[in-house]
Ligand binder design. Structure first.
Ligand SMILES: CCCCCCCC/C=C\CCCCCCCC(=O)SCCNC(=O)CCNC(=O)[C@H](O)C(C)(C)COP(=O)(O)OP(=O)(O)OC[C@H]1O[C@@H](n2cnc3c(N)ncnc32)[C@H](O)[C@@H]1OP(=O)(O)O
Length: 254
């Protein structure tokens, strides 16, 4: 796992220069704690390449309902943050921070400089009105190779009357499986996403989006995903996703 975590940002060299063109991603090397763990390294790396001074959207806000808070507290109590200072047994959940800007330090380059500009924002984190759209937090558990996301769907995500839009559900599945695949073998891009919608999700409700790694084959990572009610009794959506590892230069080709 440590090797995989190390690979996550292998495309984003701490030295600032990348092995292509003149593009430079000025990242700061994550400062490792004395007793580091793969999870801490992930969190620090995310904070480092993303805008770490920005708001961390995966922390509770006043729009989070009772069920969202209950589940957040449930997973947080089993997280490394709660058990700071204890030996890592790999049996903890790690809360993944979430920012609305990526590659803050990107400069130069042909394509990156055009698309990654000051106005670019992560799709799921660009609504100012808290609670109106995607409210979610992801936790990762290394020993089980699982990601779990607590997702509260706001009123701007309506599709069928009173229920969540299928595209918004697909977005969350892509986000959860994509983040999971990134933890295993980043940088990756979605190659295939196959979704079966089984039962509608009521607008305003909180659901669980759970991702499991099925297999890795060379550049390919296969994951499955289920969206369920928070007690697990109702299956809303299930999906299979394929992510392909890319070289960052892939994003420069346009
Ligand atoms: C990058 C930064 C990472 C930062 C990490 C941050 C941490 C988390 C932070 C924030 C969370 C946000 C999380 C959001 C996640 C969202 C992700 C997206 O939405 S990505 C946008 C939608 N996807 C596209 O636009 C792809 C467009 N397609 C392509 O660019 C290429 O087709 C690509 C990369 C998918 C593959 O191209 P090739 O040239 O690299 O590779 P080839 O040789 O074609 O395929 C490799 C293998 O994959 C199979 N393959 C490719 N496409 C397939 C497909 N559609 N179905 C089945 N197999 C496929 C092929 O058959 C081949 O298999 P064989 O090695 O021969 O066994």
């Amino acid at each position: 796992m440590a090797r995989n975590v190390g690979r996550i940002f292998s495309g984003f060299r701490c030295s600032g220069s990348l092995p292509f063109g003149k593009t430079q991603l000025k990242t700061r090397c994550p400062r490792l704690l004395l007793r580091t763990t793969p999870e801490r390294t992930v969190v620090q790396a995310l904070s480092s390449i993303f805008s770490h001074k920005s708001r961390d959207f995966s922390l509770p806000n006043s729009s989070w309902g009772e069920e969202m808070m209950r589940l957040y507290n449930h997973y947080s109590s089993q997280s490394g943050e709660a058990a700071e200072g204890q030996e890592d047994q790999g049996e903890q959940w790690t809360r993944l921070p979430s920012y609305n800007r990526s590659l803050k330090y990107a400069t130069g380059g042909v394509y990156l400089s055009k698309i990654i500009q000051s106005k670019a924002r992560l799709f799921t984190r660009n609504i100012r009105d808290t609670g109106a759209a995607f409210e979610y937090v992801l936790f990762f558990r290394r020993d089980k190779q699982r990601c779990v996301c607590i997702f509260q769907a706001g009123h701007l995500l309506e599709g069928p009357p009173g229920h969540v839009h299928g595209g918004a559900i697909a977005t969350m599945i892509d986000t959860v499986t994509g983040t999971h695949a990134s933890l295993l073998s980043a940088p990756v891009m979605t190659a295939n996403l196959n979704i079966n919608y089984r039962s509608p999700i009521p607008l305003g409700s909180t659901v669980l989006v759970e991702s499991t790694m099925d297999k890795e084959e060379g550049k390919k990572t296969f994951l499955s995903c289920r969206v369920t009610s928070t007690d697990g009794s109702k299956l809303h959506t299930e999906a299979a996703a394929l992510f392909v590892s890319i070289n960052v230069s892939h994003l420069l080709r346009g």
